[in-house]
Design a protein around this ligand. Structure first.
Ligand code: CP
Ligand code: NVA
Length: 298
């Protein structure tokens, strides 16, 4: 059987996605005893590095975090040669990269699973945690609605793909020029199950009305710091504050992948308020990475 990679959430079928979420809530056997997982980082990380390391430890394995200064993909040696070397030592290779194409090049030569820990295109391991948190704290995924306010970022793309695959409606409200392309929308809709839809709304309040989950991300992602001032002007009005949360369904929850820029994309009263589930969401990063590894390595 050919090796399975996890470069985007739609590398799993809807049934497989549910199996990974289920595995994330099960007791863990030492499936990785005597084995290791390489965790490569071209960009900074708090949650991803630490949650992934602890997930590997919980499966009895050895996590090896490797930083850009050591590995220097395509500068010290080619991405393909780094992959061919590491696949002889580790049972999976996970990487956070600037360009998604780096992950595709790794997967093209790798005999072990390659996992995306965030690229310019997607953040599928974050989406796993987001979906599990919604399932746990809203109680269901099928038939409910997520409102995404702000940048149609890597996080938004992966969450949208995962949500519609499980029958969740997605309502997006993004500033002009920072929303999904028609290609993005067609891609997401091609994965939709159980009548799920993805729709675009000019004003955040329109997207949030009737939603069970409100989520957002930083106005500028890692690598976009030069655009900070332009983006701050463009995103004014796309901030999740208490007044916007009040438009959502009664009991709606607030999610954020973190790190948060308090007062920019979300206010502290929302981040720290009764609707917020940002800490269970952050902690689910460990449980879902363990579930993913257990599923991929089983
Ligand atoms: N959400 C997330 O991926 O956080 P880090 O960048 O800290 O890993
Ligand atoms: N969109 C953000 C997510 C950080 C977890 C970034 O890429 O920097």
């Amino acid at each position: 059987m050919s090796v399975r990679h996890f470069l985007e959430i739609d590398d799993l079928t809807p049934d497989e996605l549910i199996a990974v979420l289920d595995a994330s809530e099960k007791p863990h056997a030492p499936l990785l005893a005597g084995k290791g997982v390489a965790l490569i980082f071209e960009k900074p990380s708090l949650r991803t590095r630490n949650s992934c390391e602890m997930a590997v430890v919980q499966l009895g394995g050895h996590p090896a975090a490797i930083f850009d200064a050591e590995v220097s993909l395509d500068r010290r040696e080619s991405t393909e040669d780094v992959t061919r070397t590491l696949m002889g030592y580790y049972d999976a290779i996970a990487a956070r990269v600037f360009e998604h194409a780096q992950l595709e090049r790794m997967a093209s030569v790798s005999s072990v699973p390659v996992i995306n820990l965030l690229s310019d295109a997607g953040h599928p391991v974050q989406a796993l945690a987001d979906l599990l948190t919604i399932r746990q704290h809203v109680g269901a995924l099928r038939g409910i609605t997520i409102a995404w306010v702000g940048d149609f970022s890597n996080v938004a793309r992966s969450l949208s793909l995962g949500a519609v695959a499980l029958g969740t409606h997605v309502r997006l409200s993004c500033p002009p020029g920072y929303g999904p392309t028609n290609i993005d929308l067609d891609h997401v809709m091609s994965r939709a199950q159980h009548g799920a839809t993805i729709t675009v709304w000019p004003r955040p309040a329109e997207a949030v009305t009737g939603s069970h989950v409100v989520s957002t991300d930083a106005w500028y992602s890692m690598g976009q710091e030069d655009e900070r001032e332009i983006r701050k002007r463009a995103f004014e009005g796309f901030r999740v504050d208490g007044a916007l949360m009040a438009e959502a369904e009664r009991g709606a929850i607030f999610l954020h992948c973190l790190p948060a820029h308090r007062g920019e994309e979300a206010t502290s009263d929302v981040l720290d308020g009764p609707s917020s589930r940002i800490w269970p969401q952050a902690h689910n990063r460990m449980h879902t990475f363990r579930g993913l590894l257990a599923w991929l390595c089983a």
